[in-house]
Design a protein around this ligand. Structure first.
Ligand code: UDX
Length: 467
């Protein structure tokens, strides 16, 4: 059954959710306080880059199932299902989450709810938030307790936002345990197509639903920091972390996904979510349970300084006057998001230590320039690599994975490549005369070419002998 849905917030989460709910056949209104964003979305333009989303947006605008507004009154009049998808950033100078955007939505929306309605939170919030919001809504809404508040956390990854929204691993719904109401029935209607696909649907109490999201992100952050800690040990011992990850990843209990060592995690979610989680645990008197996340954060931040140190060593021990080409600024590929991006952070540190840094990113240049205007930005790989003493690959865009080492030989001043995401073929670069420095593996220069040639011959001989 088609439902009338409002989605508050039109950032990565809200805009994707609004467009995807329309894609499921519902009538959707996206709401934002920023008239610029609303105007852009209504004209079929995305204020950010997300593969595949613009098509979903335009298709549903054209079909008349999707529109955007700044008017809460219009949204409250039109919809009885209200999703909240606004941001919950880290508070300035603190670990805790800033809930002011969520509070603002509820304080403006609730007084407009004069009949039965459902408020479904999607944003990542500290455990206990939805219970507090439920009370606030009941106080403020003319319809009082007939407005049901539930939590339906979002697990989408940037770069796969459409896929993750329309085909999630699971759907979690937290409801008021004492008064479950009708919200489960309504949510089953909203996600009918997904449930028909067999996607697991878990109904929990409010606190558990909030915690599912924070716990999932804490686990993912821990997994990345675990392999990055192994990378440190590999660097100290001459072992290779990629081979190590492949080998331990074959154990189904461990799994190979999210076990890529590199310059660490960034973005608008993992870093701030683990900090907000620690802060909340402290408020609850359970801080000891999460002290390990402090170490997860430390390992992660150490990756950035380690990369700067390795770059410094690679250019002869001092960055002053060195020309460094940085490939990648987004916190991950297929995104233009530079929030807490390790790549941009490293570029900035290199510059502060005296290097002349040129950055190229296929999509994130504009956003990078806004928050880091003092760096130099180029329009292509060749432009930023010209005359460089070292190239740093810091975001694993396909464009960089496919780079031809031979074509860059005459562009640079020194053939030195640092692979911050272990996404290049060490062998290809070394055999073209480059010194290759990956993460968690020994650095290799051209002298290794013979070694690999010989080991390839040995492998051939072995396989011939085996036959
Ligand atoms: C994350 C969660 O995956 C998602 O479920 C949640 O809803 C929001 O936060 P996202 O921030 O889009 O999603 O990015 P993700 O793909 O998780 O990557 C986060 C960071 O970890 C990136 O900087 C990425 O480069 C890094 N990463 C990821 C690694 O360093 N190694 C890995 O193996 C995987």
């Amino acid at each position: 059954m088609t439902r009338n849905i409002a989605v508050f917030g039109t950032g990565y989460l809200g805009a994707t959710h609004a467009a995807c709910m329309a894609e499921l056949g519902h009538q959707v209104i996206g709401v934002d306080v920023d008239p610029g964003k609303v105007g852009q979305l209504a004209a079929g333009e995305l204020p950010f880059y997300e593969p595949g989303l613009v098509e979903v947006l335009r298709r549903n605008l054209d079909a008349g199932r999707l529109r955007f507004t700044t008017s809460y009154a219009e949204a409250a009049e039109f919809a009885d299902i209200h999703f909240i998808g606004v941001g919950t950033p880290q508070r300035k100078g603190e670990f805790a989450a800033d809930l002011s955007y969520i509070d603002a939505v509820v304080e403006e929306l609730a007084p407009l709810l004069t009949s039965k309605a459902f408020i479904l939170g999607k944003s990542t919030v500290p455990v206990g938030t939805s219970e507090a919001l439920r009370r606030k809504v009941h106080d403020l809404a003319p319809a009082g307790k007939s407005v049901e508040v539930a939590w339906n956390p979002e697990f989408l990854r940037e770069g796969y936002a459409v896929q993750d929204t329309l085909h999630p691993d699971r759907i979690v719904l937290g409801v008021d345990a004492l008064n479950p109401g009708l919200v489960e029935e309504v949510v089953r209607e909203v996600y009918k197509d997904l449930l028909d696909e067999g996607i697991p649907f878990l109904v929990t109490d409010l606190a558990t639903a909030e915690l599912v999201k924070t716990a999932a992100n804490a686990f993912l952050a821990t997994k990345i920091s675990f392999i990055n800690a192994m990378a440190e040990v590999c660097e100290a011992s001459g072992a290779d972390v990629t081979v190590l990850a492949d080998a331990i990843g074959h154990d189904a209990r461990i799994g190979r996904r999210f076990l890529n060592a590199g310059i660490g995690f960034g973005g608008g979610c993992l870093p701030k979510d683990i900090r907000a989680f620690m802060a909340r645990a402290g408020e609850l008197g359970a801080d000891q349970a999460l002290t390990f996340l402090r170490e997860v954060d430390n390992i992660n931040m150490r990756r950035r300084t380690r990369m700067v140190e390795r770059a410094k060593d690679a250019v002869g021990g001092s960055l002053i006057g060195a020309r460094i080409a940085v490939l990648g600024a987004a916190f991950k590929p297929d995104s233009d998001d530079v929030r807490d991006s390790p790549a941009l952070n490293i570029a900035g540190q290199l510059q502060l230590q005296g290097a002349s840094v040129s950055v190229y990113d296929p999509k994130a240049t504009e956003n990078s320039r806004r928050i880091f205007p003092t760096l130099t930005y180029g329009a292509s790989v060749n432009e930023v690599c010209r005359g460089s003493d070292a190239i740093l690959v810091l975001t694993e865009w396909n464009e960089f994975k496919r780079l031809d080492p031979v074509s860059l030989v005459d562009v640079v001043r020194q053939r030195v490549i640092l692979d911050g995401r272990n996404c290049l073929s060490q062998q290809d670069w070394v055999s073209s005369g480059w010194t290759y420095i990956g993460v968690g593996k020994p650095a290799h220069g051209p002298e290794w070419q013979d070694h690999w040639a010989n080991s390839a011959i040995e492998r051939q001989v072995e396989s011939v002998n085996a036959e």
